[in-house]
Structure formats: structure tokens, C-alpha cells
Ligand binder design. Structure first.
Ligand code: ADP
Ligand code: ZN
Ligand code: ZN
Length: 767
């Protein structure tokens, strides 16, 4: 018997699996998915078994029996099955990523052994993360009627405690001091038993927090929800990997639809995965699933400690978990019998991993579902243009619509304030007059507001305070980015550069503002504004939520609890507040600067702006009190803003789709963004330019009609974490096998330590 083994060494070229002979004594084991120790040249290495095959397999006849080496030892339980192995291989190919990095996605967090060299010998080192046991004392078979010998007080005390119920040895020790000899005396007589019980880390602190409201009652589905459920159920019953897009406004009861389909899936003996964007994976979300499915729910996300994640992983592997709620990594947990994969807020950028392998959870979910015959449910109030396009183009994609909020409340009215107008009439504050008035009204009435500062700190751009004009690139229709250094404006797509103008090229105004304010500054101005309202506003809580204030574990949660418990408050935050919050007494939502995403130098800028406004607007007026939304912008007439204001996606699509088709952007093309990065600017530049030439020479890119390639240019984020970054952007028709074309080139390419190259297939942005 033979095994194909991928070595646990992540390099792009060492991607293939190697074949090893399986020694007779381990042939009986189910080897797929296990870590094994194998000889590799003069050393030993850890690898993962992807597949096993016998002498009769055609692959066996190609082997040279004198060269084939044996697996040295088995190092772990099985981390994945043959579906997992196939998925990893698909990802390695499609994303042109090291196979070992794809396999690694399937291993338990921190739970993989290592092979290390010690005093000249290769040894297997087991991971430090693993199960933790508690010792419990419980009554033994001879307990009844047993009375300890007179004077053995410890035994008496311990026994009395155990008679009240099973108890941890640690608790006995805390109460009575050292109890070990008393316990072992009792154990010898068969009166008490001491056993190790598995402890699950972190579950209690991740569970329901009392300040959040959870409906455990099952509501009667409304007609729209019932229709959605019927479509999904039918797709699930066909077991052919179909996809249903639930296009439902905020608060339309999408989550309730998910809960019902999961119920059906469980009833049919299958299991379900629910993906939620990392940031909205709050106790509030988890509590809704636990409320319905109790302790069959496992949770997996990156804010948990390694130990907690290991325990959840192991709980899933044990077969006891039926529903996994988690961030994108939940796709790789060992949940058997997957019948449904649900992706909430499908449009979210965070479903794309931004390190190797740069996979998109939606695409991997669809791949897995096809293989397993499961249904994929995508939910969003603002579906991605990719998903909308796929519903039109593919027979196995279906779209269902929820137009109304589940509680029949209207969606909040969205008012757009023209900030150029505010400026022109002499109102220079970053808070417009309508926003100030609304804020004062709502706070006076004892209600709460959410203010969003749309922040992409890195990308500054010029904006005319008189007319709202922003310089854009003629050939790419993206905003030009302002560079402090040299006072230039640059297109980071095609490289076009010009000097920053002194006056607006549209209206001639000299008031060109360099856009990009931090939350701290806004917080300070907000405090000043509210204290200006008068003394009786001194109790208003101002809670700032951004990358800085949410760094520590649980901070995000604590800030939200503070907001819930305050009698009146303003929550000021970045994009992270736009999603998932469900608070009854929020009646006002303000978007301080819609322009930041609108002018992001990226083709998705309009789509993102629309998404963000609709999402954050959804936080207002969710319960009995009506809500309203105020969006501040210098560009009130653009389709993205108008579409959001009117809750009319067609206004966005009519504008966006023809542009994307004409300029060659997704969903009409497939792209690959080849990033070149390193510490030395001139080396990076030279390497990027050389790579461009090599790519053309090797693949004839410039002559290929199916592929468009743009010359190497600096990225928008030309310097990130001390690294200089250049890129080469490729695009082709969506059907064309771009990875198939690029993969051989990149696998055989020599890598360098000073300048690195990574490939982003289907990039979420080109920054
Ligand atoms: P979404 O996920 O679309 O934002 P939710 O599922 O969170 O919407 O539903 C919004 C609110 O409406 C929740 O409080 C939920 O309990 C409630 N809800 C959902 N479906 C119904 C229904 N059929 N009848 C009454 N209330 C419902
Ligand atoms: Zn350009
Ligand atoms: Zn102007």
C-alpha cells in the first residue's frame, strides 16, 4: 500500500504530494488526514496523508520501487477526510497557493505535532495544545451506608461533599485543603471514584450575556419567509449543490429562515455550517443559535484562544456538534454529513482571506456543497454583484426576496445632506445642521444614536469643499490618491500620475480638502458638540468603537454592553458598527462621511458605499420607535448614494454594470492580482517589472486575446507594514482557466527572500 503525503513545509514550488510506502503494521489504520513522519532527503519531516492506494492502482505502476521510502511513524489522529483532501488540492490549484498551507486550514488550532532536530536526532514533538481534563470525585459502588472511621475528619468532609453531587477535586482542595490521601483511602474502599472528565474551555464566557435580548420562541413565518424556506428546502432535497441567495432587507427575518432550514437539515440527519462575518460573531448571534439548537452548537472564530478553539474543533470531530457557527475558517472543521452551508452577509469583504491561501469562503462553500450535495444559502440586504450575476447566469443559483421587515415596521427614512452646501452657507463643522438637530432631538427624548465614521485611514484623496469634485483617472474611473510626499495625485490602477492641483479643476475653488479624519478627532468634536447642548446632556455616554478601542479580547463586547445599558448614548464607530447590531432604542443613524468609500481608488467603491449605507441604516428603528438616517456627503447625486437613499438597488446596477462591463471588471471578468513586495523599494520595482517581462515571455501574455495584463505599477497601499508593494493585474473572461495558465509558471519560478511574490486570484480589491 502507498500513501501520497504533502509535507508540512509551505513553499510554492514544493507543492506536489510525495508517495511513500505504508508499512504493514499501520495498513489497518485509516490514514487519510493523519500527520505522519516521513524521511525527506537526509532529514525527517512531518506530512499529511492525502490519499492511499494499493498495488493495483495505476499510480503504483509508475513508481520506482528502489526509490520509494517508507512512512516512519503515524503522528496524529485524522484531521480531515477525502473530501477535505480534495478541497485542499482544489484550493492549492485555484489560488496558486502552497498545498501545505491549504491542508493546514483543516488542522486543529495549535494541535499539530512537529518534527524537530534535537542533539542530532529527529524527534516528534507533540503539541502543547490539547485536551484538558479535570479530576472529578463521584460516589463509588460501596458508598451506600458507608461511615468513615471515627476521627477521620477529612474523609467525612469529603464524603459529605460528594454525597451532595459530583464535585471537582480542585473544589474539594479549595475547601478542605489537601484531600488526596483522604480521596485515595475512600477510593480503595470503593466508596468514591475519581475520574478525569474533559473540560471545554471558554464556553461559559462565550455564552449568553444577559443584557442581550434573544427570542427563543419560534415565530410564525410570514409569507416571504415561507417562500424563501420552500425554495431552500427544495434545493436541499435535490442534494445537488444548489445555491439560494436570500436577498432580504435588514430585519426581514433572514436569520429566522436560516434557523428553519437548519432544523429541516438536522431532521433529515444532516448537519449545518453557518458563516458569519468575524465582527458580527457576537454572543448575541451565538445565543440565537444556541437558543434554538442548544449544546449541539459549536462556535469557531479567531478571537477565541487556541485552547478554546481546539476544544470546539474536538467537539465537532467527536460527532456531537450538529451546527457550527463561525467565521470563514468554520468551513474546514471536521463536521461530517454537511447538508447546508449558510453564509450570512454574503457581500462582506472579510470572507476573503488576505493571506495565503487567499480563498473566498463563498466560492469554497459552493465547491464543497457541489461535492457533498449540500445546499448553500447566501443571505444579504446588499448582495454582491457577483452573487446577483450568478443568479442570472446559472440555472442552479436561485434568488428569493424579502422586501419587508419581519415585524412590519417600515425601513428608516434616509436623508442625504449635501456637505458642500453646508460649507457654502458658512457651516464648517463636520456635523451638518440636520445631523446636529436630529442628535439633539433624539438625545433629549432619551434615545440613542449610532454615528459611523467611514474610515479607510490610508487612502487620502482631494475633495473640493465647494462643489464636491474629486479628481479621478480618465482611463480607470477610480479616484486619484493624494500623496503627501511630493504632493502628487496618482492612479493606482494604471499608474497615471499628476501634480496635485492648487484649485478645483471643475469650479476653480481653492478649497481643496485632503480627506481622511480619525475617529479620535471626531470623538473630541462630538463631545464638544454635545456639551454645547447644555448641562443636562452631561449624562450622555459617548462610546467609541474602532480598531484601537477593540484591540483586547472581549473589548468589542464590553463596549456594546455599555451602549445597551446606558440610558442615552451615542455609539461612534468605524465600519465595524454597521453590521448585526440589534438594539431597540436606536432611532438615529448618522453617516459622517459617505465619501471615504465612495472615492476609494477601487472599482468596487460605489458598491461598497451603497452596501455600507444600507447596512448601517438597518440599525435604526428596528423595534417600535421609528428610525431615521442622515447621510453626509459632498456628492449627493451619485447613483450609489441615490440608490441607498431610495432603497433602490436598480439605480446602482444601472450605473455600475455597464461601467464594469466596459472597463473590464468583475463580474464580467475574472482577475488575478500579482503582488510583489519587499523592504527595498528599488528591488521591488525592478522585480515587478522583470516579472512582467518574464510572464509575457513564458506565457505570451501580451499576444493572448483571452487575457489582459496591465504593466507593473505601485499599489495604492504602496507601503504597508514597512513593505513596498507593486502589482501586476491580469483579467480574463470568467470561464477562462487563468489559474491553469499561471500555475506552472509560478510553481517553477525561483523564489527570493528579499522580494516576495504572491498571487491573489479573484481579489476583493486592488489596493
Ligand atoms: P435579519 O437577519 O434579516 O436582519 P432577523 O432574523 O434578525 O432579520 O429578524 C429581525 C427581527 O424580527 C428579529 O427580532 C426576529 O426575531 C424577528 N422576526 C423574524 N421573523 C419573524 C416573524 N415571522 N414574525 C415576527 N418576528 C419575526
Ligand atoms: Zn488609471
Ligand atoms: Zn470645485
Amino acid at each position: 500500500m502507498f500513501a501520497s503525503v504533502v509535507l508540512d513545509i509551505p513553499t510554492q514550488s514544493l507543492d506536489a504530494a510525495f508517495t511513500y510506502a505504508v508499512p504493514a503494521e499501520i495498513e489497518e489504520l485509516d490514514l487519510i488526514g493523519r500527520a505522519v513522519v516521513v524521511p525527506f532527503g537526509p532529514r525527517r519531516a512531518l506530512g499529511f496523508v492525502l490519499d492511499v492506494f494499493g498495488e493495483e492502482d495505476p499510480r503504483a505502476s509508475e513508481l520506482n520501487p528502489t526509490k520509494i521510502k517508507e512512512i516512519f511513524e503515524v503522528a496524529s489522529q485524522s484531521f480531515f477526510d477525502s473530501d477535505g483532501a480534495a478541497c485542499a488540492q482544489f484550493m492549492a490549484h485555484y489560488y496558486i497557493a502552497p498545498l501545505s498551507s491549504c491542508v493546514r486550514l483543516f488542522t486543529p488550532p495549535g494541535g499539530v505535532p512537529k518534527v524537530v532536530q534535537r542533539k542530532g536526532a529527529w524527534v516528534l514533538e507533540q503539541p502543547v495544545i490539547g485536551e484538558v481534563d479535570d479530576r472529578w470525585a463521584t460516589l463509588g459502588p460501596k458508598a451506600e451506608g458507608f461511615v468513615p472511621r471515627k476521627g477521620s475528619y477529612k474523609q467525612e468532609a469529603v464524603l459529605a461533599a460528594v454525597r451532595k453531587g459530583d464535585v471537582r477535586v480542585a473544589e474539594l482542595t479549595a475547601e478542605f485543603g489537601a484531600v488526596n490521601s483522604a480521596l485515595s483511602a475512600l477510593e480503595k474502599k470503593g466508596v468514591v471514584r475519581v475520574e478525569n472528565r474533559r473540560r471545554m474551555r471558554g464556553v461559559s464566557d462565550a455564552s449568553e450575556s444577559s443584557v442581550f435580548r434573544v427570542d427563543i420562541e419560534k415565530p410564525q413565518l410570514n409569507e416571504e419567509q415561507q417562500n424563501a424556506l420552500d425554495v431552500i428546502t427544495a434545493a436541499f432535497n435535490r442534494r445537488s449543490g444548489e445555491v439560494v441567495l436570500v436577498d432580504g432587507v435588514t430585519g426581514s427575518g433572514k436569520t429566522e429562515v436560516y434557523l428553519r432550514i437548519i432544523e429541516e437539515v438536522l431532521n433529515q440527519g444532516k448537519n449545518a455550517i453557518v458563516l458569519v462575518p468575524e465582527i458580527s460573531l457576537t454572543p448575541q448571534t451565538v445565543a440565537r443559535f444556541r437558543g434554538r439548537f442548544g449544546n449541539q452548537v459549536a462556535v469557531m472564530h479567531s478571537r477565541m484562544s487556541q485552547g478554546e478553539r481546539y476544544d470546539q474543533w474536538d467537539f465537532i470531530r467527536s460527532g456531537a456538534a450538529r451546527v457550527v457557527v463561525g467565521a470563514r475558517s468554520a468551513l474546514f472543521t471536521p463536521l461530517p454529513n454537511v447538508g447546508a452551508i449558510i453564509i450570512d452577509e454574503e457581500h462582506e469583504g472579510s470572507y476573503k482571506q488576505d493571506s495565503q491561501p487567499r480563498y473566498h469562503a463563498r466560492d469554497i462553500a459552493c465547491w464543497q456543497a457541489r461535492r457533498k450535495g449540500a445546499v448553500v444559502v447566501l443571505g444579504s440586504a446588499t448582495p454582491s454583484l457577483e452573487a446577483l450575476h450568478a443568479c442570472e447566469a446559472n440555472a442552479h443559483w436561485h434568488q428569493v426576496t424579502l422586501k419587508n421587515r419581519a415585524n412590519q415596521k417600515p425601513l428608516p427614512k434616509i436623508a442625504v445632506v449635501d456637505m458642500a452646501h453646508e460649507f457654502n452657507v458658512g457651516h464648517k463643522s463636520m456635523f451638518s445642521r440636520p445631523l446636529i438637530e436630529a442628535l439633539k432631538n433624539e438625545l433629549s427624548a432619551g434615545r440613542k444614536a449610532v454615528l459611523m465614521l467611514n474610515q479607510r485611514g490610508f487612502a487620502k484623496f482631494l475633495l473640493c469643499r465647494d462643489c464636491g469634485f474629486v479628481p479621478t483617472c480618465d482611463s480607470c474611473s477610480t479616484s486619484l490618491t493624494y500623496h503627501e510626499n511630493g504632493g502628487k495625485i496618482v492612479c493606482h490602477h494604471c499608474g497615471h500620475t499628476e501634480l496635485a492641483p492648487a484649485a478645483c479643476s471643475k469650479c476653480g475653488s481653492p478649497y481643496l480638502k485632503k480627506f481622511g479624519a480619525g475617529t479620535q478627532r471626531v470623538e473630541a468634536e462630538l463631545k464638544a458638540l454635545i456639551s454645547g447642548f447644555g448641562e443636562d446632556f452631561s449624562d450622555v455616554a459617548i462610546i467609541r468603537m474602532d480598531a484601537d478601542t477593540t484591540k483586547t479580547k472581549g473589548a468589542h463586547q464590553k463596549l456594546l454592553e455599555e451602549f445597551v445599558q446606558a440610558s442615552r448614548a451615542v455609539l461612534l464607530g468605524t465600519q465595524m458598527i454597521a453590521k448585526g447590531l440589534d438594539f431597540d432604542d436606536v432611532t438615529l443613524v448618522g453617516v459622517i462621511n459617505a465619501d471615504t468609500t465612495l472615492h476609494l481608488p477601487d472599482y468596487r467603491a460605489g458598491e461598497r458605499t451603497f452596501d455600507l449605507i444600507e447596512q448601517v441604516a438597518g440599525r435604526a428603528g428596528r423595534a417600535d420607535l421609528p428610525g431615521r438616517v442622515i447621510v453626509q456627503t459632498y456628492d449627493a447625486t451619485v447613483p450609489a448614494i441615490q440608490a441607498a437613499k431610495n432603497y433602490d438597488r436598480s439605480l446602482l446596477l444601472e450605473d455600475e454594470l455597464p461601467k464594469r462591463e466596459l472597463l473590464g471588471y468583475p463580474p464580467y471578468v475574472r482577475m488575478a492580482n500579482i503582488l510583489v513586495w519587499g523592504e527595498d523599494e528599488s528591488q521591488v520595482k525592478a522585480a515587478a517589472q522583470e516579472l512582467y517581462i518574464q510572464l509575457d515571455q513564458a506565457l505570451g501574455l501580451l499576444d493572448r486575446e483571452e487575457v489582459t495584463v496591465l504593466p507593473a505599477t505601485p499599489c495604492v497601499l504602496s507601503k504597508l507594514k514597512k513593505m513596498h508593494r507593486w502589482h501586476i493585474v491580469l483579467s480574463c473572461s470568467p470561464e477562462y482557466d487563468l489559474p491553469g495558465l499561471l500555475e506552472p509558471f509560478f510553481r517553477s519560478r525561483k523564489t527570493s527572500d528579499s522580494v516576495r511574490v504572491s498571487i491573489d486570484v479573484d481579489p476583493q480589491n486592488l489596493l
